[in-house]
Ligand binder design. Structure first.
Ligand code: ARG
Length: 589
């Protein structure tokens, strides 16, 4: 165990159990980074009450002495043979903990030798189903889908990295009544023209053209409705046309995924259409078992705790009064499949925050039906909206929605301007610009908490300072250049780490937290935690770099080896971390 926070949690718990009884062995010692020391433990205050005692400072002193095996009891700075650091009681009863330099250095040297860089591999791998991206074939894939795609892909990477079995599920919107008119439109304009338009990402224009005819041309309208019926029945010729439409659409989605370096493939497609055949049976079973009831002609589940106006129970409608199925029906079939067939231990839905009610009603209904047993964890990772500079949904100036590939092209162009003064040949420049542009766009989605809204702003995301993708990429490039100048490979720098300067110490202590940052990101489905950790690491590196020369001739051998080791470890942490976020790392920048 290398993460200081986890180490301290465990050690303080042991001290609590030893001092006050085994029932305290799992009390949370509330270890937090501190302004006055490396960490503080805030447990003494609440514990004092629980123990029926009066003075939290006394309790804190007892914990400190037990923790350290205090050499001289009663001292203000408590230290002893059992603990690699000193503890001081402060304020109302905080424990301020400062770790020994030698301990930090030793741990850093160990992490350097650890192929997992301090990340703890799970010893009981879970099957984690991640539902993400999920654009709708009948509409344009927009920046909102970009964000669910980017956040979902980061979560997938993190879970795979810690050893879980991940099943990606791209729940495409590829079914339903609009497909009647979409297929008829395909027949009207001809297969070739339709395919070309869809592959070019003009799904919106295609949809609108179909829609106009649907609304204004009775003959077309009639054909479209009839087509919905043959589609529901999966009639072969209709399915052939549907496949033509979908394949072209998916080819466009794949262009976006490839461009973004997203790990989704065709094998991960499990769209709404996949569940079509199961829907009648889903409804029948729920009705027979009394989980769903007819209300105003529709078949509904009324999960407990959901009420609308005037405390009316809120329906989760799985079959409309006209007999049609909807989003809720499909999602009930989907969740059953994920639990029963995919054997999910945990299901992560990375979906817009606007669908929060649908998701919580889905989970509650599925629990009622027994399709989501207690031991399976289901969560909605709510994705906040991406806004334009006017604070409204992100659109182009003309008010049209933005073409994703054009947006990514613009990112490349603007990134090229950021590195304009650097001396590279054209090919290298294009490659770096691409990595920087892509990294900037992706990191902007990942660095803020996934449920918050943010304003899409190229200038801010491409800045070389602050919590941005390019800043982190630049930090790695700078470290690589140190190794190039020093004529050693990053992996050759094995230390040992020795800590003499405060900036070395701060950097080393920070680096020990990588494993915990990754674990926390997996546990809380929160890539911004990992992003914040990487940013803090890069900032600690910047301070180190400004204060601690590495290659200068007057730096003695031992110090130089240690500093190179810190550089190497920082590089590995940043590169691994950025890779987990799906942010590409250019070698130079
Ligand atoms: N296609 C939906 C949308 O664009 C997202 C689907 C999410 N997944 C699910 N199982 N409901 O909003």
């Amino acid at each position: 165990m290398t993460d200081p926070q986890l180490f301290l949690t465990e050690r303080v718990q042991q001290a609590l159990a030893a001092a006050f009884g085994p029932e305290f062995s799992d009390a949370d010692p509330l270890i937090r980074p501190s302004q006055f020391a490396d960490y503080q433990a805030n447990v003494a205050m609440s514990l004092t009450k629980r123990l029926g005692r009066k003075n939290p400072r006394e309790v804190a002193q007892e914990i400190a002495e037990r923790l350290t095996g205090a050499a001289s009891p009663g001292a203000a700075k408590v230290s002893g043979p059992d603990f690699p650091g000193t503890v001081e009681v402060s304020g109302p009863g905080f424990l301020n903990i400062t770790l020994d330099d030698a301990w930090i250095a030793g741990q850093a040297t160990d992490v350097l030798a650890d192929p997992h860089t301090g990340v703890v591999m799970t010893d009981s791998p879970q099957t984690v189903v991640v539902d993400y991206s999920a654009p709708n074939a009948a509409k344009e894939m927009h920046v909102g889908h970009l964000r669910t795609t980017i956040v979902g892909d980061a979560l997938v990477r993190v879970h795979e990295h810690v050893g879980n079995k991940v099943v990606r599920q791209n729940h495409l919107g590829d079914w339903g009544t609009p497909f009647g008119m979409l297929i008829e439109h395909l027949l009207d304009i001809g297969e070739e023209a339709a395919v070309a338009q869809l592959e070019a990402g003009e799904g919106n224009e295609y949809y609108q053209a179909a829609r106009v005819k649907f609304d204004s041309d009775p003959e077309f309208n009639k054909r479209a409705r009839a087509r919905v019926v043959t589609l529901q029945a999966e009639e072969p010729e209709t399915m052939r046309l549907w496949h033509i439409f979908m394949n072209a659409t998916v080819r466009y989605f794949n262009k976006v995924y490839t461009r973004l370096g997203v790990t989704l493939t065709d094998d991960d497609i499990a769209g709404e259409s996949m569940y079509n055949a199961a829907l009648p049976q889903v409804c029948d079973e729920l009705q027979e078992r009394g989980i769903a009831v007819i209300s105003d002609g529709a078949l509904c589940v009324f999960p407990p705790g959901f009420t609308g106006r005037e405390d009316q129970p809120l329906p989760f409608m799985i079959r409309k009064s006209d007999g049609g199925y909807g989003y809720a029906t499909t999602d009930m079939a989907t969740i059953r499949y994920r639990v029963q067939d995919l054997k999910a231990d945990r299901i992560i839905y990375v979906i817009g925050a606007t669908q929060a009610l649908h998701m919580s009603m889905l989970f509650a209904s599925a629990r009622m039906a027994g399709w989501l047993p207690e031991h399976v964890r289901a969560e909605h990772v709510q994705i906040g909206s991406v806004l334009g500079s006017d604070g409204k949904m992100f659109k182009t100036r003309s008010g049209k929605s933005i073409k994703l590939l054009e947006l990514l092209d613009e990112a490349d162009v603007r990134a090229a301007a950021v590195i304009a003064e650097r001396e590279y040949d054209d090919a290298a420049r294009a490659e770096i610009a691409h990595a920087v542009g892509m990294g900037a766009v992706k990191y902007a989605d990942l660095s803020v908490s996934h449920d918050s809204e943010y304003v899409f702003d190229f200038d801010r995301m491409l800045a070389l300072t602050g919590n941005t993708g390019p800043y982190l990429q630049y930090a790695t490039a700078r470290i690589r250049s140190i190794f190039r100048k020093g004529g050693v490979g990053p992996s050759q720098a094995a230390g040992p780490v020795v800590l003499r300067h405060p900036a070395e110490r701060a950097l080393a202590l920070r680096l020990l937290g990588f494993g915990a940052a990754v674990a926390e990101t997996a546990e809380d489905s929160a890539p911004h935690r990992l992003a914040a950790f990487l940013f803090d690491t890069a900032s600690a590196f910047t301070t180190f770099y400004e204060n601690c020369p590495v290659l200068r001739a007057d730096v003695e051998e031992e110090t130089r080896a240690s500093r190179l080791a810190l550089c190497g470890l920082t590089l590995r942490v940043l590169e691994t971390g950025l890779d987990l976020l799906g942010v590409p790392v250019p070698e130079r920048m």
